[in-house]
Write a protein that binds this ligand. Structure first.
Ligand code: LFR
Length: 490
């Protein structure tokens, strides 16, 4: 059985065919396309129609392969959305969550309502780019789309709407808006009312794995294909990635390692207590009636942005080369809190890192190797901190950590992580989101009866590397962790 998964990531989108022969899962990339945000004037936007075009190209390429496709599904990052007008038209290009329109808005809203009130209703972390704050930012600028819009669709919902003509809000992504109430199991319309936001925008929520339409006639005609079902997979890429964690047990900890690092566990109920709020943990919706208790960590964005800054200056290196330089640099020269707001969207990441080290009275890294080593060591220490907090919040203890996503190609980071946490790291698969997308489609088609069966298939089908902590560096990591903790008490 074959299905088609579209996974839209931070720099590129991919169409992948997922195949299950009853024993092994196979994944084949058939189309890759850029997904760079476009800055027009001051506004950072999605190039959404181009993406829709590329999705149609993916469907065409699948047709050329002459493999019968059972269904398709789309996943992408959270929080971003498009607004649909009275005629069913997309009113304007969706804005990218790193756009500066959100600056300061979360602070105003939390001052007005209190963080506790919002957290106990939604269980969602405070990030300046949450959909809730994006909408308030639009209201403050008297946005045309907000004033005249009729429906709000998250990005995969929107692309699915283009393909099928049907509007639904998929649960995992809906939860990330900070407008969903896990206790009532529905949108928290009161929260929107209090903020003067039009809650009529919100459309019905569907569970991941639901069949929510099929390719509409105009698409089939244009592409010369038969109509196939379109599945609302775990449309939040992190939800799909968690679905694909090849865990052996029900209780497990994961680290989804991409542009962001998402570290946490899977639970049946959200953790809404004060400690979760204090450490800004989130309870996002998962597939198969679960919640993802996790922490957003700034992740490899720090490294990607350093590379971009150096490339722009003509100092071009491959990631592999940068990591090699980091390996040769001296350990623990300086440390950063990767989640400091100053790293969210700076124009010059290496300069920000230097500034952070200077302001915290540490040695200031000079070479590329020193900067990258500082990033990787700091990330590994942050993973240790957040794994410990996950254990406390979930009241569980974990024997090791599953790492998945493209970031595991950075073997130095995997080894640093094992060293820092003092536990085993199982790294794999790299294509977590696409695989999770495929799994939910295969479950919808009846190929697997449940997620644990599907996870067993992932475990048997993709390579998983094991990293053990390096005993000879244990005391150095422990010392570094003590220094790292001081950054938080400063
Ligand atoms: C990862 C991710 C995170 C979300 C961030 C912004 O790709 O989806 O889970 O917090 O992007 O949407």
């Amino acid at each position: 059985m074959s299905v088609l998964a579209f996974d839209l990531g931070a720099s590129s989108g991919r169409a992948m065919i997922g195949q299950w022969d009853g024993e092994l899962l196979k994944l084949e990339e058939i189309h890759r396309f850029p997904n760079d945000p476009v800055l027009v004037g001051e506004r950072l936007q999605w190039d959404i129609l181009r993406l829709y075009h590329e999705i149609k190209q993916g469907i065409l390429k699948a047709k050329m392969k002459q493999i019968p496709i059972q269904s398709l599904g789309i996943d992408s990052w959270a929080v971003d959305f498009g607004i649909i007008g009275a005629q069913g038209e997309l009113i304007e290009n969706p804005t990218h969550y790193r756009d500066r329109r959100n600056n300061g808005v979360m602070e105003q809203v939390t001052q007005q309502l209190g963080k506790e009130r919002i957290f106990t209703r939604t269980g969602i972390q405070f990030q300046p780019f949450n959909t809730l704050y994006q909408l308030v930012a639009m209201k403050q600028t008297d946005s045309f789309a907000l004033k005249y819009g009729k429906k709000l669709l998250m990005i995969p919902d929107l692309l699915r709407y283009f393909l099928t003509g049907e509007m639904h809000s998929e649960f995992t992504n809906a939860s990330t808006t900070q407008m969903y109430n896990p206790i009532s199991g529905n949108w928290d319309r009161d929260l929107l009312d209090i903020l003067g936001l039009p809650s009529e925008l919100l459309v019905d929520i569907v569970a991941p794995g639901s069949t929510v339409g099929k390719l509409q006639a105009s698409v089939c005609e244009e592409l010369g294909v038969n109509s196939i079902p379109v599945i609302a997979v775990g449309e939040h890429d992190t939800a799909s990635a968690v679905a694909a964690v090849p865990a052996l047990t029900k209780d497990f900890a994961y680290l989804i390692c991409g542009t962001w690092s998402l570290l946490g566990t899977e639970l049946e109920k959200p953790v809404l207590e004060e400690l979760a709020l204090k450490h800004n943990f989130t309870n996002e919706g998962g597939v198969e009636n679960t919640f993802r208790l996790l922490k957003n960590i700034m992740g490899l964005w720090l490294l990607q942005e350093c590379k971009r800054t150096w490339d722009k200056a003509g100092n071009v290196h491959s990631f592999a080369d940068l990591v090699k330089q980091a390996e040769q640099a001296e350990p623990f020269l300086c440390l950063i809190n990767p989640d400091d707001a100053m790293f969210l969207n700076p124009t010059d990441m290496p300069a920000q890192i230097k500034q952070y080290c200077k302001a915290s009275n540490q040695s200031v890294p000079q070479t590329e190797g020193q900067i990258i080593r500082c990033i990787l060591e700091s990330l590994a220490l942050k993973y240790k901190m957040d794994l410990g907090l996950t254990e406390i919040l979930a009241q569980k203890s974990f024997t090791g950590l599953h790492m998945t996503g493209g970031g595991i190609n950075n073997t130095l980071l995997c080894q640093f992580t094992a060293n820092a946490i003092g536990k085993t790291v199982w790294a794999g698969p790299t294509e977590g989101s696409a695989i999770g997308n495929v799994l939910m489609q295969l479950i919808a088609a009846g190929a697997f009866t449940n997620l644990s069966e599907a996870r067993a298939a992932v475990r048997n089908s993709f390579p998983i590397e094991t990293y053990e902590p390096d005993a000879s560096t244990q005391s150095a990591w422990n010392e570094a962790y003590a220094r790292f903790l001081q950054l938080f008490s400063a």
